[in-house]
Structure formats: structure tokens, C-alpha cells
Design a protein around this ligand. Structure first.
Ligand code: 8X3
Length: 826
């Protein structure tokens, strides 16, 4: 084990030794955080209950109006809380950590789910007996037969369904072609927060009222489409204004009762701010932040968004308020940081609750990541970093929390100070920030039809996605495809070990009969294409059905194109929009390495027969360790080895060719993406041993990273493999998530920072999309597995987010441990 430790590891060690923690600051937010961390997440039923009650009363009305009325009903009835010591107020559930219910997605299964949620291995939630009774008697019965997932399951053709669900048990996944629309109603998203800060919801409402007056009373379109849209905007604006006003009232009452003079004053200010925003335009930094927070919290009430609504470019849209306050002596940098941290801790109290097993296992560690974007360029293409950028980076170094995620945009003009502070923050070891490459993303967005201004102004959203608020219009959740299943179907002629004698894929022939690697490859590509084909069929049905089940009057009010076209964002096509959709390649390196081993060892060097390989994988390498070693030492992805990388590039190309041709039929850019969340773990659980030496039912490789432990030539070789497997002439790709684990010793000191900056520059020059790091000693992870109670604050990087290591499943923990810890940044 290297002697050097990351700042995070030093903090944890100090905690263990009960030493004063020198490198963490103490403020009110850290105090609140301590309490929050001790609370086990609870289910809060109010959102589910009030939506159900409102929906019962609005049957037969236009969906967008029903949604707006449900939001209003919630705002009128929901409990209002103001936490002790908090400066930012507005929560959508009870004190402590809480998850809320979205029964329109899968509410028919709620009564069953609550029986297992409290004792679930991964991400458990408690529920009170009274609330469980309300769910069983009042919520579930209404939704049975009406949920989105039930309709989707009915709509899928038999062959597609076979790859999606476990027989009749809809919503239980087969982890082959996994739809994700049943457990979230929207993809990750970013609002246009600027309109809220500039006009307030009163301004949005006034505009809708004016347009309502202008409608043609004889026009069927005006009366049946435009009128409900505008009325929904008005009701939703009233709802959020009312919700804020109820907070103002409570703050006033608490202030009147408060004995402590300082807190009394704080509560009075909170009351004044909540009376002002989000109703009216924000005037100060504090008002702007509170207004944004009310907006994003109400969005969580509105719908379940994959990874949660992102925070957008906070260092840009908040900057004018910051500058004005600083100039007028109204705020200090320390106060700005404290306000941010009050917001971060409030964010961590909301926990994304998934009922389905797939939803839960795709998002391990109570994951949600409402990315804050920093850096990048202005709309004019100049560097955009400012004082807020550095306050946000500082907060991430000093405030030990995994929410929100921080995404640093890097472009060719990123200043030296920025790159160094980004590197210093990465060295802290908690996984922040992730890096997104402007010089890869901006050209891709241009190729989709964006203007330069729109592309320069993109926000990072979710794991590694990029959104252009007011231009992006596609929200249909996408398929996660297990490509290791395609590989297994080649080995077993359409079957998978896990699913016995059932033919799940195509019958591409007996593996032992293949006479050349080309025949194996051809069979694999057929299986790969077949899975993509079914993913697209799923997507077709998802697009068709979503608009009948979901509406987002708040989200649509904050989108220029929706306002202009009077269309809800969930409708299949918004005029003028750019539809950026995805499908996921899961198990990339597992497949590439397996094909590479087959090619090398069976067909070229003839060191192994097909029969021997089949016997070895069939027996999970028991009694075949020599063969496993041979396979592990075959050329593998992540080592800058063209032998393997050419195979990877071909698979990428074939997948992009398919979407290039058929994405158009769906009316969407259905881009190939390599972003796993934690799906590579449950996907691995249905895949037997693979020809890259991987044992049965263990995790697949993640994102575009190398197979666990296979990258032996240093991290630059990993970058080069990633570069060489891309098809830069194809625009049908999106994010490739890349995880690199570094030992703290190799980035130690100023010299280490300099090396890390050079590495980031190399990544940038290679035009790779995404990059993130774990900087820690693998030994620390092993210790944390042995003594979880001592390491409960240890954060690790997962997919596009960080999570507490001890809140992850053993499988995922083992996966992170098994990844190569690079000892040199070269
Ligand atoms: C992945 C989130 O919503 O695009 O970061 O699938 S989503």
C-alpha cells in the first residue's frame, strides 16, 4: 500500500482517531448534515396521496390540467417544514432523509413494495404503519390498471417483452433489454432557471393570462389544446407561489416565537424572501438561490426525473446577483458559500426512491445527482469562469457531501487557475468534479442543429449528458442494453445460462461450428443488432404512450418552445426542438475483451479450442484456472492495443449505423451512450462466465472503462484506447463515461497536481467526452468493507455521481476494489 493518503482519507482517519478534523470547515450546514447522515430514509406519502386524491376528482379533464390541479392541491395541503438553523427552505417530505411516491408510474405495485422496502439490502426505506395503511387502502387501489408501466407492458410485442420482463411479472426485469421508463417519468433535465429569476412565476402567469384573452373562442385547437396549456400554466404558477407563501407564513410564526435574537432575525428574513420569490423577480443572491430551490423542489413534486432536475450553470445565472451584492456590500464570499452549503444539505435530504428492483439496483447508494455545471464558455465562446466558479469548487473540497454533483466543463481556453483548482479538488478524493469536454460536446450539438450560442451555453445534466435549456425537447427514458447477453447468446446459440433452455436471442449457430473469427464476429453483430432492434421497439411504444400518462406544466412553463407551441414537454414532438435520446451499451469492455480473447487464443494462436473455452465458461472456470489465466492475459481494451481497440471501434460503429438509420423513424437522435449508473452490477448477475476470464454473475465492465484490473499500461493508455475505439465521423453517439482510479501518491504535492493537469489536457486534446476519478488507496476500501461503522463517511465515485461506500452493495464494493489503481499518471 502506498503511504500517501488523499485529504478525504486523512479526514476519515482523523474521525476514527477522534482527532480534530482540520481540513473540514464547520458551519451551520455541517451541523445539519451530521443529523441528516444519522437518519434512515423514510417514505413520505403526501405527494402520492394528494396526487391520487386530486386525480380522483379530475377524471376526464385534459392531462396537463389534471397535473396542474394536483400540484395546486399538494401546495394547499402538504405539510410545510422549516428546519432548525436552515437558511434555505422548502422540502417535499418529512424531516431527515425522505423519499416520495409517484404512483402514476408504478403505483399498482406499491402495496407489495412497501413490504420489502424497509429490509431491502440496497437503499432501504422505512415506513410508518399508518402510512402503509393509507397506501394499501387509498393509493394503490386507485392506480391499479392505470399506471404507465402496466400500459407499456401491454403494448410491447411478445418477442420484445421476452427480453424485457420476467414472464408475467411485469416490472421485474430480465436485465437484457431494460426499459427505464417504468421507473422514471423523464430523462435527466435542466430548466431555464433564468426566466424564474428574471420574471418570477407572477410574470409567467401574467403572460399566460394575456395569451388566454387572445384565444379564438371558435377555434377547436385554441379551445382544446391551447386553453388547457395556458390554464395549467396559471394554476401551476399559483401553486408554487402559494407553496412559498405558506413557508413565509410559517417563518413569520416561528420568528415570533423564537427567543434567540439571531435566529429570530434569520427567520424574519426567510419570511420576507419567501413572500418575494419565486413569485417576483429575484433582486439579491439570497433571493435568487431560494427562488431556484423552490423551483427545483416543486419539480420533484411534479414528476420523477431520472437523476433529478439538474442545477444548470449556477456560476453563470447567479453571477449577476453575486456581483451586485458584492459591489453593494450586501454579502461576502463566506456567506455565499454557506448559502450554497445550506442548499446542498437540503438536497441530500431528498432521496430518490425506486420501487422496482431494477430502478433500485441501477441507482445504488441513494443516488441522485442534480449536477451543478461550472466553467466552460460564455454564449459568445469566451472563457466563462468567474468568482462563483471558484467558490463552488472550494465548497466541494470543504463540505463533505456527495450532493450535488459537480461538473466542470473544460475547453481549449480554460484558464490555468481553473485547471489547477479542478485538479486540486479531484485530489481531495471524493470524486468531484467530473469533467466534460466542450471540444467534443459542442461540435456534436452543432451537428444536431444547435446554433453556436446554444451549444456554447450547454449545461451538464445527469451523469454526463448535456442539455441546452429552451432547445432540447426529448424526455423519454431510454433502454439499457446488456451486450454481454448478446455475447453469451453467441456462445450458446441464442440461449443464456441464466435462462436455461429458453431461446432468448437469435439462433446464430453452434459456437463449436464457427470456423473463423469472422464467423464469430458476424454472429455477435447479429445478436447485438437484434437487441438494439428490440430496444428501439420499446422506445417507439414509450414515445407513443408517455404523453397519455405524464404531463409537466411546470417544466413546460420553463421552456420557451413549449410556451410558444402550447405543448407539454412530454408530447412526442415539440416544434423547433432538438430531440436528444439515447440507448445504452452496457458491458462494453467485457464484450470487446471476450471477442479479442476468442480471436487471439482460438483462431490465431490456437492455444485453446472452442470446446475447451465452452467447458471452462460453462463451469465458471472451476477446474479451469489455467484457461482463465490464459484468457485474462489476452489483449484487452484499455491498454492502447490496436488489436482489441479495432474490435471495440467496430462494435461502436455498427451500433451507430443502426441508430443512424432507424433513429429517424422515431423522430429522435437516438444516440449510442456508454453510461451505466450501476446497471453493470445487476446486468452482470444474469451473465455467466465470459471469455475474458470474468467469473459468472459478477459485474460487467462499467461505461467506457476497462474491464476490472485489465488496464495495465497506465491511465494514458486507457485514454488512447477510448480514443481509438470512437468513430469521430459518426454523430450518433453521446456520452462515454470513463472511470479512472489513481493512487494518492501519484498525484501528491504540486508536482502531482501538475501531472494531473497535464493528464486532463491530454484527455481534452483527445476529444473524449467525460472523465472522472477515484483518488484513494484500494486498501482503504478493503478496510471500509471490514469495519463499515468506522468508514461511514467515505465517499467513492460511481457513475456520474459519488456515494457513500458503505451504502453500496457488496458486489459494487468489490467491483470498485477490483478496478486498477494506477500508480503513475502517465
Ligand atoms: C443518465 C441519466 O436520465 O439520461 O445520466 O438516463 S439519464
Amino acid at each position: 500500500m502506498s503511504q500517501s493518503r488523499s485529504p478525504q482519507e486523512i479526514r476519515i482517519q482523523n474521525e476514527i482517531n477522534h482527532k480534530k478534523i482540520a481540513n473540514v470547515h464547520e458551519n451551520r450546514a455541517t451541523e445539519i448534515l451530521k443529523k441528516v447522515r444519522e437518519s434512515k430514509p423514510q417514505i413520505d406519502i403526501e405527494r402520492g396521496l394528494y396526487f391520487t386524491k386530486s386525480f380522483q376528482k379530475t377524471e376526464g379533464q385534459p392531462l396537463i390540467l389534471r397535473w396542474a390541479k394536483a400540484l395546486k392541491y399538494y401546495a394547499e395541503n402538504a405539510s410545510i417544514y422549516i428546519d432548525e438553523n436552515q437558511l434555505i427552505v422548502g422540502r417535499s417530505g418529512k424531516p431527515g432523509r425522505y423519499g416520495i411516491l409517484y404512483p402514476e408510474l408504478d403505483g399498482d405495485t406499491l402495496d407489495e413494495a412497501i413490504k420489502t422496502l424497509p429490509s431491502r439490502d440496497v437503499s432501504p426505506f422505512d415506513i410508518t404503519p399508518e402510512d402503509a395503511k393509507i397506501i394499501t387502502e387509498q393509493i394503490t387501489p386507485y392506480w391499479k390498471g392505470k399506471t404507465f408501466h402496466e400500459d407499456l407492458a401491454k403494448a410491447l410485442p411478445r418477442e420484445t417483452k421476452k427480453l424485457t420482463y420476467n414472464g408475467d411479472k411485469e416490472l421485474t426485469s430480465r436485465y437484457i433489454v431494460n426499459e427505464t421508463a417504468s421507473f422514471r417519468s423523464s430523462l435527466q433535465w435542466v430548466h431555464d432557471y433564468e426566466i424564474v429569476l428574471e420574471k418570477g412565476f407572477e410574470g409567467i402567469k401574467e403572460e399566460a393570462l394575456e395569451r388566454l384573452q387572445q384565444l379564438d373562442s371558435d377555434s377547436p385547437v385554441d379551445q382544446t389544446e391551447k386553453r388547457p396549456f395556458l390554464e395549467a400554466q396559471i394554476i401551476t404558477s399559483d401553486a408554487i407561489i402559494l407553496w412559498a407563501e405558506r413557508h413565509a407564513k410559517l417563518a413569520k410564526e416561528l420568528s415570533a416565537k423564537q427567543r434567540d435574537a439571531d435566529r429570530k432575525k434569520e427567520l424574519k428574513i426567510i419570511a420576507e424572501i419567501c413572500e418575494r420569490v419565486p413569485r417576483y423577480p429575484a433582486r439579491t443572491f439570497y433571493e435568487a438561490l431560494q427562488s431556484q430551490w423552490f423551483t427545483q423542489m416543486f419539480s420533484r413534486i411534479e414528476q420523477k426525473t431520472g437523476t433529478i432536475i439538474s442545477n444548470g450553470r449556477m456560476d453563470q445565472y447567479l453571477y449577476p446577483f453575486y456581483q451586485k451584492d458584492i459591489k453593494e456590500g450586501r454579502i461576502t464570499d463566506e456567506q455565499v458559500q454557506e448559502l450554497f452549503e445550506c442548499m446542498w444539505v437540503a438536497m441530500s435530504e431528498f432521496v430518490d426512491l425506486y420501487l422496482s428492483e431494477a430502478g433500485g439496483s441501477f441507482n445504488e447508494g441513494y443516488a441522485h445527482w442534480e449536477a451543478v455545471t461550472i466553467g466552460g464558455t460564455t454564449k459568445k465562446g469566451y472563457d466563462a469562469t468567474n468568482e462563483l466558479t471558484y467558490i463552488l469548487l472550494k465548497s466541494k473540497r470543504e463540505f463533505p457531501l456527495n450532493y450535488p454533483d459537480l461538473a466542470a466543463r473544460i475547453h481549449m481556453g480554460s484558464p490555468k487557475r481553473y485547471l489547477y483548482e479542478v485538479a486540486e479538488t479531484i485530489k481531495d478524493g471524493t470524486g468531484f468534479p467530473k469533467l466534460i469536454n466542450d471540444d467534443e460536446v459542442v461540435p456534436i450539438l452543432l451537428s444536431k442543429g444547435a446554433s453556436l450560442k446554444e451549444a456554447y451555453d450547454y449545461s451538464v445534466s445527469g451523469c454526463a449528458e448535456c442539455r441546452m435549456p429552451n432547445r432540447d425537447t426529448y424526455t423519454s427514458p431510454n433502454a439499457y442494453i446488456n451486450f454481454a447477453a448478446a455475447l453469451e447468446m453467441v456462445l450458446y446459440n441464442g440461449k443464456m445460462k441464466k435462462y436455461g433452455d429458453e431461446i432468448v436471442g437469435l439462433e446464430t449457430g453452434n459456437f463449436e461450428d464457427f470456423e473463423s473469427f469472422d464467423e464469430v464476429l458476424e454472429a455477435y453483430l447479429k445478436q447485438q443488432k437484434n437487441l438494439i432492434r428490440h430496444a428501439f421497439i420499446q422506445q417507439h411504444e414509450i414515445i407513443r404512450l408517455r404523453g397519455e400518462h405524464f404531463a409537466t406544466p411546470l417544466g413546460s412553463s420553463l421552456h420557451k418552445l413549449c410556451r410558444e407551441s402550447y405543448k407539454d414537454l412530454h408530447q412526442p414532438s415539440i416544434p423547433g426542438g432538438i430531440d436528444l435520446g439515447y440507448f445504452e451499451f452496457i458491458g462494453y469492455a467485457t464484450v470487446v475483451d471476450s471477442l479479442s480473447a476468442i480471436k487471439k487464443l482460438i483462431f490465431e494462436e490456437k492455444r485453446l479450442t472452442k470446446k475447451e473455452l465452452l467447458e471452462a465458461v460453462n463451469n465458471d472456470f472451476k477446474g479451469y484456472e489455467a484457461i482463465r489465466q490464459l484468457l485474462l492475459h489476452a489483449p484487452s481494451y484499455g491498454n492502447d492495443d490496436s488489436y482489441t481497440d479495432e474490435i471495440g471501434q467496430l462494435l461502436d460503429l455498427e451500433a451507430q449505423k443502426f441508430t443512424h438509420k432507424y433513429g429517424k423513424e422515431l423522430g429522435v437522435h437516438m444516440d449510442l451512450r456508454l453510461v451505466p449508473f450501476t446497471s453493470h452490477v445487476p446486468f452482470g448477475k444474469v451473465i455467466g462466465a465470459t471469455p475474458n476470464g470474468r467469473f459468472s454473475y459478477t459485474p460487467l465492465s462499467d461505461g467506457s472503462s476497462a474491464s476490472q484490473g485489465a488496464d495495465l499500461n497506465g491511465p494514458t493508455a486507457v485514454l488512447l484506447s477510448n480514443y481509438k475505439t470512437k468513430n469521430f465521423d459518426y454523430e450518433d453517439h453521446a456520452a462515454r463515461l470513463l472511470n479512472i482510479k489513481l493512487s494518492p501518491s501519484c498525484v501528491e504535492g504540486e508536482n502531482g497536481t501538475e501531472k494531473l493537469v497535464q493528464f486532463i489536457k491530454a484527455w481534452h486534446d483527445l476529444r473524449l467526452w467525460h472523465l472522472q476519478f477515484n483518488v484513494l488507496n484500494t486498501e482503504t476500501l478493503r478496510q471500509a468493507q471490514k469495519q463499515p461503522q468506522l468508514y461511514k463517511n467515505l465517499l467513492v465515485r460511481i457513475a456520474g455521481y459519488s456515494a457513500y461506500f458503505t451504502e453500496l452493495s457488496k458486489d459494487l464494493q468489490d467491483d470498485i476494489i477490483a478496478r486498477t489503481e494506477h500508480e503513475e499518471v502517465s
